[in-house]
Design a protein around this ligand. Structure first.
Ligand code: CA
Length: 237
């Protein structure tokens, strides 16, 4: 399941795309203007954006350029949609940083195939690759987690569940994950696990991160879930 934002001002097209994506098991949010899309992306970084070129006000093209210029959204996968099919436009779309480009009218099957391809390409690095967020580093191949304190590496010890939880959060940063989503993604088969189990492991994870003063990176978002952010407040909520 991926989180996908569809930016499209024509309600019929937006609805058609949203229905197909939801049917494929994705979480979909529709934005009708560049403004709405921006505030949505500011609030939560999705896995992919389907972005219409022609929008009222700011164009999709200029929005894509804006996202590419911002370090936070530089890697955001974007598929551009447009009614125009001329070659210079296509080049402009790809130059602006779109990962792929589709001309209207398109078949939903083709759009779904392109989305799958982009998501595959952009999937978080192989599960064995080391990942760094802020001062934290996790290396699944050696099962080593370290933080930096005053320029010095500090090894962090934690249990296997906290390790998996941290790895998931570090490969999906800045987004809020509900307890149900975390159970789904970290525990897998969670039919018999209560949601408050997540809280227990988050508490342990924060304790494990505290020697590197990183506990505050795991934020509690009231009523929503948890998020790992590198713009951490001093203390966990
Ligand atoms: Ca449009």
């Amino acid at each position: 399941m991926s989180q996908i934002v569809v930016v499209e001002d024509e309600p019929a097209i937006a609805e058609l795309i949203a229905i197909n994506l939801r049917h494929a098991g994705h979480d979909v949010i529709v934005a009708a203007t560049a403004e709405q899309a921006r505030s949505q992306i500011d609030a939560m970084l999705p896995d992919l954006v389907v972005l219409d070129w022609m929008l009222p006000g700011q164009s999709g093209l200029s929005l894509a350029r804006q996202w590419r210029a911002d370090p936070r959204t530089r890697e955001l996968p974007i598929i551009m949609l447009t009614a125009r099919g001329e070659e210079p436009d296509k080049v402009a779309g790809l130059d602006a940083g779109a990962d792929d480009y589709l001309t209207k009218p398109f078949s939903t099957n083709e759009l779904m195939a392109r989305i799958r391809a982009v998501l595959r390409r952009k999937a978080p690095e192989s599960l064995e690759d080391a990942v760094e967020v802020g001062v934290l580093r996790i290396d699944p191949s050696t099962r080593r987690i370290s933080g930096r304190v005053d320029g010095r590496e500090v090894d962090l010890k934690m249990g296997p569940t906290e390790f998996r939880l941290l790895h998931f959060l570090m490969t999906h940063t800045e987004r809020v994950h509900s307890r149900a989503q975390l159970l789904d993604r970290v525990w897998g088969d969670h039919v018999f696990i209560e949601e408050r189990t997540v809280d227990v492991h988050v508490k342990r994870l924060r304790e494990a991160l505290s020697p590197a003063a990183c506990a505050g990176m795991i934020e509690t978002v009231r009523g929503a879930g948890y998020r790992l952010t590198q713009h951490a407040s001093a203390a966990p909520a």
